[in-house]
Design a protein around this ligand. Structure first.
Ligand code: CDP
Length: 644
């Protein structure tokens, strides 16, 4: 697909050496000889142009839109997810990072049957897209299979089949999409599922998460019995109706109880396993469905691989992140107006991506589903950088409020832009019957978890006005906001904090393989160094401090660091698990989809500590929780080695 020459007057991009290398390795197009055939700037122009090009249909000035996008990207104020960089303007043309595919309990007849979906997933994975699946529709292991008079494999068996297939498929493109497997907490095979990754070498191509219901959490609280059940596979209706548990029950398929367990025992099993090696994660199905924008189309049953994006069958979402580290104003302030402008342009960019994306033509359901709801996922990266800049401690009550105010601002302006686009281009086609249906509007504006007490100079938002606007004009995108992990794009953007996470370390040594030689590169947070300079600390002393910080990543135990700097310059390990959860919840209140966040526990945290975090996350309205106990993975590796 031809890209017109890049206008000569457009600016160049400033990147750190590390960022430039990652970008060239991952994003730049290569010729048949495997050598790069475009410059870094050409790459940005290719993306800007091919995304803007779709605006032809609305009589926009494509070239000026392309310039606007190019400037947004090269100023590092906003990046879309990696597949947009690698796919735009290429023959593949697949631009989204996240997909969810349904798996019906069927071997061959159904278009969403087990092996059809495996094939569809393989095709998506080759484009760099990640897949999420719910295995909950599959009948329990050992239950009867009429056609073969045999016994069913069960969800975990098929999960292994998928895992094996994905492990063997040669990957085209530049990265292989990751995978997520979800199983409901009331599925008869859930116990087997919880422990299916105990062996670190098992099911390595999947993240796994248990889909938890409010009923289950209440049963845990009240110490009740919990039924593991499944629709009656012998019922004649069962062969006719396909879909989720809710959909089958609604159609009149009776449920059969396979087993009763104590809710607390099951919960304990999940928590223990997560405490041990970080998996399974937990997804709160009811919290997600309460904010499902299109409940008339489907109940939500799964997320993308990293858990931040809930999607219906065959849906995808292109994610994009505004880089808060590029929205500083002098004197420790936020440049709110620049942030507003970035959000406006970024929201347009993402809606254009829905048009520009070629999806995977061999799976026509993908394009259909994408155009029906027009989901986009705008989020942030570099939150930690902005908090350092503003002198706000990540995790503190003040930090929770700061993050909420920022996310509220982003969401508000993303939604205004989506309404603007509804005026120009029309609302998403499935709006009738959705929560944004003007005749039965069920969407109500988001509220902070706790009333705001602080002022960072943020311009006011007027949600009531926005409700009226949606009523009059509709909205272009059924979902607008998601906070992605930004694993690659935050590196390219040079952020200290990925997505909405705190920084991982203030200083560290990185090992780089330089033609077979181990090269040690040191890194120190530029903002931390600046803060030390500002505090009047002499160069020699600064060097000493940085060397000490390198040992632990944190400055908290380095005596000569001034208290005020210690207060602000926290890293992941300095923040308590409760503070992590509260940050997640504070932001979730202003994200209509979900967000990627890891709840870090210090070494020595107990199973009970993890259980408390799960309860808190559920109570505060989080849509899931992922935990990591420091050192646990290494311990697992050691155990595996010693028992091998
Ligand atoms: O920074 P980048 O755009 O490369 O991606 P990310 O924000 O770290 O991840 C966004 C989403 O892309 C994840 O939640 C996954 O759904 C998907 N992904 C994947 O499928 N495979 C990977 N190797 C990385 C990301």
């Amino acid at each position: 697909l031809p890209t017109p020459p890049r206008p000569k007057d457009l600016p160049k991009v400033e990147l750190t050496e590390n960022a430039r290398q990652v970008l060239i390795r991952r994003y730049v197009r290569r010729g048949d000889d495997g050598k790069p055939c475009e410059s870094v700037e050409d790459m940005f122009w290719r993306v800007a142009y091919h995304v803007a090009r779709v605006e032809e249909q609305w009589d926009s000035d494509v070239m000026s839109r392309a310039r606007e996008f190019y400037i947004l990207l090269t100023s590092k104020k906003f990046f879309p997810n990696s597949p947009t960089f690698t796919g735009a303007g290429t023959p593949l043309g697949q631009l989204a990072a996240c997909f969810v595919l349904p798996i019906n309990d069927d071997m061959g007849r159904d278009a969403s049957g087990i092996f059809q979906t495996l094939r569809d997933a393989a095709l998506i994975q080759q484009t760099g897209g990640g897949n999420g699946f719910s295995f909950s529709r599959l009948r329990p292991k050992g239950s009867m299979v009429k056609s073969s008079a045999g016994q069913a494999t069960g969800p975990v068996g098929f999960l292994r089949v998928y895992d094996h297939a994905f492990g063997e498929i040669a990957q085209g493109g530049t990265r292989r999409g990751a995978n997520m497997a979800v199983l409901r907490v009331d599925h008869p095979d859930v116990e087997e599922f919880i422990t299916c990754k105990t062996d670190e070498n098992a099911i390595t191509n999947f993240n796994i998460s248990v889909g938890i219901t409010d009923d289950f959490m209440r049963a845990v609280e009240n110490d009740e019995e919990w039924e593991l059940r499944f629709p009656d596979v012998h019922s004649p209706l069962y062969r006719q109706v396909k879909g989720t548990l809710e959909q089958l029950v609604e159609a009149g398929v009776p449920l059969v109880t396979y087993k009763k367990v104590r809710a607390r025992d099951l919960f304990d099993k999940i928590v223990r396993q997560a405490h041990h090696n970080g998996e399974p994660g937990v997804l709160f199905l009811d919290a997600a469905n309460r904010s499902n924008p299109v409940p008339h189309l489907y109940p939500l049953e799964a997320t993308n691989p990293c858990g931040e994006q809930w999607l219906g069958p065959y849906e995808n979402c292109c994610l994009g992140s505004v880089n808060l580290a590029q929205h500083f104003a002098p004197d420790g302030k936020v440049d709110w107006e620049a942030l507003r402008q970035s959000v406006v342009t970024a929201t347009r960019f993402l809606d254009d991506v829905v048009e520009a994306n070629q999806y995977v033509p061999a799976v026509p359901q993908l394009k259909e589903a994408a155009h029906r709801a027009r989901r986009i996922g705008l989020g942030i990266m570099g939150l930690a950088d902005l908090m350092y800049h503003c002198g706000v401690r990540y995790g503190s009550p003040e930090g929770q409020e700061f993050a909420a105010q920022v996310m509220e601002f982003v969401r508000y302006h993303a939604m205004i832009t989506s309404v603007e686009m509804a005026k120009e281009r029309g609302p998403f086609p499935a709006i009738k019957g959705s929560i944004y249906d003007s005749e039965n509007m069920r969407w109500s504006p988001p509220r902070p978890l706790f009333p705001y007490e602080r002022d960072w100079g943020r311009p006011a938002v007027d949600w009531d006005w926005l409700v009226d606007q949606i009523r009059i004009h509709g909205i272009r995108n059924a979902a607008q906001t998601t906070i992605a992990p930004t694993g690659t794009i935050a590196t390219v953007a040079g952020c200290e904090g990925y997505g909405c996470e705190p920084a991982f370390a203030l200083a560290y040594i990185r090992h780089v393989n330089d033609n077979g030689k181990d090269l040690q590169l040191t890194y120190a947070s530029p903002q931390f160094e600046q803060a030390l300079i500002k505090a009047g600390i002499e160069p020699e002393k600064r060097q000493e401090i940085i060397e000490q910080v390198m040992l632990e990543g944190s400055c908290q135990r380095v005596e000569s660091v001034p208290e005020e700097i210690k207060r602000v310059f926290v890293v992941s390990g300095d923040i308590t698990a409760e503070e992590h959860v509260r940050m997640q919840a504070a932001m979730q209140a202003f994200v209509d989809n979900s967000l990627s966040k890891t709840i870090n526990f210090p070494e020595g945290a107990t199973v009970e500590d993890v259980a408390i975090a799960y309860h808190l996350a559920w109570k505060l309205g989080c849509k899931g929780i992922t935990v990591y106990v420091t050192g646990s993975r290494e311990k697992v590796v050691l155990e595996t080695l010693s028992t091998a």
